[in-house]
Design a protein around this ligand. Structure first.
Ligand code: DOR
Length: 445
């Protein structure tokens, strides 16, 4: 028997406009947008006064599973996603074991099937000697390279190896861009004792710009699709603004959009992440980059570490901040303030991530697409609270920040995974399907 859910009364966020119209879900898919009100449904959701958006697709999270699951695991990370309106995540390979073989990738996919309450996909990581695995892998959004070390010791800095990866693989490539030589020289030039303020001097703007230029050069020469993770500087925005054909894409993270070096005083090592925080001018440039299309999407780089680990004196403190359950409220709050529109959010957080990674059937509220949806209350005003975070690390750099605009209900494949403040316990997420023949953002924008 078909299971039908009718959502009526909501203002539905479509690519070009927001329209008050019913949406019918049938067997996990969107059966119609603008269905007649008399359609017989098993469940009717009255959503007057609320907005219905496509579920958020976060293309950069670290869920620590398998490995340091005391910080997060696929269940807690994906439940945090559900509460935050994130219905699909792409997870990074710096776990333990690292996801650098097809076998490790398949093991992670099996864990996702057991534990994830939202849809899951996993990158395969590059090392200096796993080219054969990178060539063999399918069932993945693409290849992650750490061109610059961060959490997890996965650096690939050698030019010959990088040339080889760009020349001899076909999967899309993405990278952490901070130049290792620059970072090491900056560190050596500072006299101990270091404080967290030095983090932005060590991982400075030159480190980010140098590595991003290097990676773009590789991608251009090999005509290889390439996505720049977590852009942090105005210079990178200018460089990306000159890449007009969609071969190169890029993202900005909430911490770089909402925090800057002046926040170290308040947050200490809770504001330590890689790439480091930059200036208020860089923040403004990232917003400009999003509006002008130099940066196509928003992703969290959700990187949980416990408060105890974060309390270690810098530089022993680990880099990274959690964000999957606050990214949508943070952005809805900007819609409320008039800095962007719901259409901007649907493009930056839903539709374009799906295009960049060739994700099948997701990113838009459209007939035939998967019913990954989030109902948001644009009038709800609430503070972010550490005590309420579902991420296992239990804190947020936005603790105490009052935001207007919150998710109230989330569907994954037509099933409710978050409602009434409660998250589903069962694993109902599905493996995300990638069809790389689509050709990514270049071919579909
Ligand atoms: O700050 C970060 N933390 N940046 C990264 O690229 C990795 C991440 C982590 O895994 O902790």
């Amino acid at each position: 028997m078909l299971h039908r859910t009718l959502i009526r009364g909501a203002a539905v966020v479509l690519p070009r406009e927001t329209v008050r119209t019913p949406v019918l879900i049938e067997e996990g898919r969107i059966a119609s947008v603008g269905a007649p009100a008399h359609t017989r449904a098993d469940e009717v959701v009255d959503a007057d006064g609320l907005h219905l958006m496509p579920g958020v697709i976060d293309d950069q999270v670290h869920f620590r599973d398998p490995g340091p699951t005391h910080k997060e695991d696929l269940r807690t990370g994906s439940r945090a996603c559900a509460a935050g309106g994130v219905t699909s995540f792409l997870e990074m390979p710096n776990t333990d074991p690292q996801t650098v073989t097809v076998e490790a990738l398949e093991a992670k996919l099996a864990l996702g099937a057991q534990r994830a309450v939202v849809n899951y996909g996993f990158y395969i990581g590059a090392t200096t000697d796993n080219l054969a695995e990178l060539r063999r892998a399918s069932r993945t959004p693409g290849i992650k390279i750490f061109i610059g070390s961060s959490t997890g010791n996965m650096l690939v800095d050698d030019q010959e190896r990088l040339e080889e990866i760009f020349a001899e693989t076909t999967l899309p490539i993405t990278a952490h861009c901070e130049d290792e030589t620059t970072v090491r020289a900056n560190r050596a030039a500072l006299r101990p004792p270091l404080t967290v303020h030095d983090h932005s001097r060590i991982r400075d703007r030159r480190a980010a710009v140098t590595a991003t230029l290097r990676a773009i050069d590789l991608a251009r020469r090999h005509d290889h699709r390439f996505h720049v993770l977590h852009v942090s500087t105005a210079e990178e925005v200018d460089i990306l603004g000159r890449q007009r054909d969609g071969l190169i894409t890029a993202e900005a993270c909430p911490h770089h959009l909402f925090l800057d070096v002046t926040d170290y005083g308040r947050l200490g090592t809770l504001a330590q992440m890689n790439p480091s925080l930059k200036t208020a001018g860089d923040r403004a440039a990232l917003w400009r980059g999003l509006h002008e299309g130099a940066i196509q999407i928003i992703a969290t780089d959700h990187a949980p570490h416990t408060l105890e680990e974060k309390a270690a004196p810098y530089p022993a403190s680990p880099s990274g901040v959690p964000a999957v359950e606050v990214v949508l409220p943070l952005m809805l709050n900007e819609v409320d303030r008039g800095r962007c529109t719901l259409q901007d959010l649907a493009a930056w957080m839903c539709d374009r991530p799906a295009r960049i990674w060739d994700i099948v059937g997701k990113g838009r509220i459209e007939e035939g697409f998967d019913a990954d949806l989030v109902l948001v209350d644009m009038a709800a005003e609430r503070a972010v609270r550490n005590a309420e975070q579902r991420t296992k690390c239990g804190w947020s750099p936005w603790d105490g920040t009052v935001l207007t605009g919150w998710p109230v209900r989330t569907w994954v494949g037509g099933r409710t995974v978050f409602a009434g403040g409660r998250v589903e316990r069962e694993a109902v997420g599905r493996e995300i399907v990638f069809d790389h023949k689509r050709g990514g953002y270049r071919a579909t924008r």
